[in-house]
Design a protein around this ligand. Structure first.
Ligand SMILES: Cc1ncc(C[n+]2csc(CCOP(=O)(O)OP(=O)(O)O)c2C)c(N)n1
Ligand code: SF4
Length: 344
């Protein structure tokens, strides 16, 4: 007989006394200098103590990639799983331990290439998991092949003549899968990351956040149009529920929708604010149309595209199990006898 319990004895910390330091692990962070992942890690570590959850109740699950090294750097429970399969692992954890706060960290390659199928299903099931997709539009860990989000014509080591693949838009994919919370933020905009992650954390159900993340080694400056001070104002469309879509210096430009759901940039001073489309996180069509605004023809939306309430998979599953266990209990032999047949 083992002398020790097979399970670790968890001493719960006081969530009120937790600090960022409590969520920082003792592992050396092995990302390249200047990688956008550092900023995201810092924001997540800062957010955790504000959620009022003991750190022992957090689980970080990832797949494979530079971004997927994330669980090592969080001083919480975590699993660095296999390529593209973090949604299955996270679903399993949340289904049997609904009391845990489950966070899934993935990359554009891990989440949308090998893991594309798995990502769709965690979203459509609305499993109560927070999903952070770090999008650097490249495979960082495997040294710079183009990814499913790289722009058409991307020249990389695997595509020296330029890729002939049309890219996926992660936000549109999540909306298409029926996700109940979908947002986009940017690695260098720490205030915006903080506000977006706070809302994702508070959401009951799958919360999907795409984070534009610079990979200075293999795809530097991919998001300069949003992070460079001289370009940001013209290219960033900050989404606010109920507010008209305005951007540019002093919000002087905006987005209107022509009759056939065709977005158009308008000059607010000449055409007036009434012409503009108002953002509505609860309106699926508005979220979908807004998600199709693409640089360079349009400014790029950041913020919450969609936020709606719907019962989550883990809750419904556990209610069903509970209800079934209250019902007519049969013996194992009765169950076997009820469904057996003889093959002649
Ligand atoms: C089954 C399998 N196929 C391929 C690989 C090689 N591989 C490792 S990470 C990766 C892509 C990572 O890209 P991304 O998710 O964008 O993460 P990043 O490194 O850019 O953060 C690939 C193809 C693997 N590890 N396992
Ligand atoms: S290769 Fe790119 S994504 Fe990976 S750690 Fe280095 S900078 Fe970051």
């Amino acid at each position: 007989m083992p002398t020790q319990s097979a399970y670790p004895v968890v001493e719960h910390t006081d969530p009120a006394g937790q600090t960022k330091q409590d969520f920082t692990s003792d592992q050396d962070v092995r990302w390249c200098p200047g990688c956008g992942d550092y900023s995201i890690l810092a924001q997540v570590q800062k957010l955790m103590p504000t959620l009022g959850i003991p750190k022992e109740n957090f689980v970080f699950v990832s797949g494979i990639g530079c971004s997927s090294r994330f669980p090592y750097y969080m001083n919480t429970y975590g699993i660095h799983s296999i390529h593209g399969r973090a949604p299955a692992v996270a679903t399993g954890i949340k289904a049997v331990r609904p009391d845990l706060s489950v966070w899934l960290v993935t990359g554009d390659g891990d989440g949308l290439s090998i893991g594309g199928n798995h990502l769709l299903h965690v979203l459509r099931r609305n499993v109560d998991v927070k999903i952070l997709l770090f999008n650097n539009q490249i495979y960082g860990l495997t040294k710079g092949q183009y990814s499913p989000t790289s722009p058409l014509g991307k020249k990389a080591k695997s595509t020296p003549l330029g890729s002939v693949d049309y890219p996926l838009d992660p936000v549109s994919v999540a909306l298409g899968a029926g996700a109940t919370f979908v947002a986009r933020t940017v690695d260098t905009n720490v205030k915006h990351i903080e506000a977006t992650l706070k809302r994702a954390a508070a959401h009951k159900g799958s919360a999907f956040v795409e984070i534009y993340q610079n990979c200075p080694i293999f795809n530097d400056a991919a998001f300069d149009f949003l992070t460079d001070k001289s370009q940001k104002e013209d290219n960033e469309l900050v989404l606010e529920h109920g507010k008209p879509l305005r951007f540019g210096p002093n919000g002087g430009r905006g987005i209107a929708l022509d009759g056939s759901l065709t977005p158009r940039i308008v000059d607010v001073t000449t055409e007036g604010e009434d012409k503009l489309l108002r953002h509505d996180e609860t309106n699926e069509m508005v979220s979908l149309v807004v998600s199709r605004l693409k640089h360079p023809a349009f400014p790029v939306p950041v913020g919450v595209f969609r936020a709606v309430d719907r019962p989550s998979y883990d809750v419904m599953m556990n209610e069903q199990v509970e209800a079934a266990s209250q019902g007519n209990k049969k013996s194992l032999q009765q169950l076997i006898d009820a469904g057996s047949w003889t093959v002649a």
